[in-house]
Design a protein around this ligand. Structure first.
Ligand code: CMP
Length: 142
């Protein structure tokens, strides 16, 4: 399987619960390396632009309000099949449907406050990584 990169966001609910470290530990113990990271408190414009694909969905305004309710931890994860691996670790979007032992089953409360975001495919990953990290801030190895 190819080495991939994916964008991950630890959302305001999980940052407020003080579980950044626990979530990072799941990434790292499952072969995903953190190659860029930053803590940020998004503006309404930034959150709206990031989630622009959902602009017409009925949950868009609630999603943006939630994402700006506190700081988020944003990272690029790298590893074999990183996009699918991260989605497997996160579990289903709705934590009530997430497999036991997944991040959302263990740390999330609702479909809005669902602890983490992860890119859903190769094209999305490229766009989402570029949205938050210019190429020079992603560790490329030596
Ligand atoms: P995320 O992976 O960040 O992508 C979009 C977010 O919208 C999703 O996680 C959920 O937190 C939120 N959301 C709220 N309602 C829905 C819904 N009905 N379907 C999909 N996503 C939803």
């Amino acid at each position: 399987m190819a080495i991939e990169r994916t964008l991950s966001i630890i959302k305001p609910d999980a940052v407020a619960k003080n579980v950044i470290g626990k979530i990072y530990s799941r990434f790292e113990s499952n072969g995903l390396k953190i190659v860029a990271a930053k803590l940020a408190w998004l503006s309404p414009q930034e959150a709206g632009a990031f989630y622009a694909v959902h602009k017409e969905r009925p949950f868009f305004n609630d999603l943006v309000s939630f994402m700006i309710s506190g700081p988020v931890m944003i990272q690029v994860l790298e590893g074999e099949g990183a996009i699918a691996k991260n989605r497997e670790l996160m579990g289903a979007t709705d934590p009530k449907k997430a497999e036991p032992g997944t991040i959302r089953a263990d740390f999330a409360e609702s479909i809005d406050a669902n602890a983490v975001h992860g890119s859903d495919g190769e094209d999305t990953a490229k766009v989402e990584i570029a949205f938050f990290f210019p190429a020079m801030s992603v560790y490329a190895g030596r």
